[in-house]
Ligand binder design. Structure first.
Ligand SMILES: Cc1cc2nc3c(=O)[nH]c(=O)nc-3n(C[C@H](O)[C@H](O)[C@H](O)COP(=O)(O)OP(=O)(O)OC[C@H]3O[C@@H](n4cnc5c(N)ncnc54)[C@H](O)[C@@H]3O)c2cc1C
Length: 295
């Protein structure tokens, strides 16, 4: 099946897409959006300077039609999702978003209702546009390089004025092996200091539920869940987090969830391997002491 990957020069995202693409094609072709070196040995490489879906849909659809691509894979990121829609419309092709699994016979899975349900589809014919949910396909190790042919930028319907980097300290949440997340139960922004201490001892990162972000205690970039970041740490501490389905949607690939909550009926305990029923103000200092003693 002739497969095309469309992504920025981001090695991890490209790696995940290559893993998905190799189900159908050992050397998929690639369109790299924006600037930057990119790793990997692809069939054919193309480069387009823009990253805005609204400007790219028509031009990329022309390439896809002329080359006869049947499967088009993008990441379910802001850039990928922003392009997948206009592209599918320009191609008159169906789109399945936030895909979590694909089989060689083109059975495709995606999670629904904040990961409460899984929908399975059988794709009968291409071309088809898929956006791949992050962290569900192990990133392929990309070696080698690929020369690229420049594609025209297309009509500039939207112009990007500025990109402001998210402020963050320490390990990025998406890469963290350990995450300590605080919810509304933490009670204030200042109280997150104790979670920072705990994460520091574990070389981890601090995340937040939407409850904590809505309170203004943590920046939106720290939010984990359906409308926040998708994470896959080895250990995920959920502290004062109720475990709403939209939060759980962001941690479905966390290996071991540890919940600390004073309500023994909190939903988070259903997802947790270990749980402490009690006030985090007692439990977290005790954990910090134990970590210091064992260091
Ligand atoms: C379309 C949509 C998208 C959404 N996307 C997201 C998302 O991406 N991420 C997300 O997180 N939410 C999301 N939400 C919101 C979600 O439904 C919940 O409202 C939110 O997750 C609740 O946050 P919380 O668990 O921190 O707060 P709460 O529900 O208020 O829970 C606080 C918890 O803290 C416990 N607690 C209180 N005090 C203590 C203490 N001293 N010690 C220990 N435990 C204590 C309580 O028992 C309670 O379980 C979304 C909602 C919608 C509708």
């Amino acid at each position: 099946m002739k497969t095309l990957i469309i992504e920025t020069a981001n090695a991890k995202l490209l790696g995940e897409l290559v893993t998905a693409a190799r189900i159908f094609s050992p050397t998929p072709d690639v369109v790299v959006l924006g600037a930057g070196e990119f790793p990997g040995s692809y069939g054919k490489g193309y480069r387009v300077p823009d990253t805005l879906g609204a400007n790219l849909g028509t031009g990329l659809a022309d390439l896809i039609k002329s080359e006869g691509y049947e499967l088009i894979l993008l990441s379910a990121t802001a850039i990928g999702s922003g392009l997948a829609g206009p592209l599918a419309v320009s191609l008159g092709a169906p789109i399945l978003s936030e895909v979590t699994a694909i089989t060689p016979d083109l059975t495709v899975e995606r999670s629904l209702y904040g990961s409460k349900a899984v929908a399975r589809y059988k794709v009968e014919s291409g071309p088809l546009v898929l956006t791949i949910k992050r962290k569900y396909f192990e990133a392929a190790v990309l070696e080698g390089t690929t020369p690229t042919a420049d594609l025209p930028a297309g009509p500039q319907r939207i112009v990007l004025l500025e990109e402001i980097d998210e402020e963050r300290q320490g390990v990025p949440l998406e890469d963290a092996e350990v995450i300590v997340t605080g919810g509304r139960g933490i009670g204030s922004g200042d109280n997150f200091a104790i979670l920072n201490d705990m994460a520091g001892l574990l070389n981890g990162a601090v995340g937040a539920s939407r409850g904590a972000v809505d309170e203004g205690w943590m920046p939106p970039g720290a939010q984990i869940g359906q409308t926040g970041k998708i994470v896959a740490p080895n250990v995920y501490f959920a502290v004062g987090v109720s475990g709403a389905s939209q939060h759980l949607a962001g941690i479905s690939n966390a290996k071991c969830v540890v919940a600390i909550n004073k309500d023994n009926e909190a939903n988070i305990f259903k997802r947790a391997r270990f749980g402490i029923v009690g006030d985090y103000k007692k439990a977290v200092p005790a954990l910090i002491n134990a970590l210091k003693e064992s260091a």
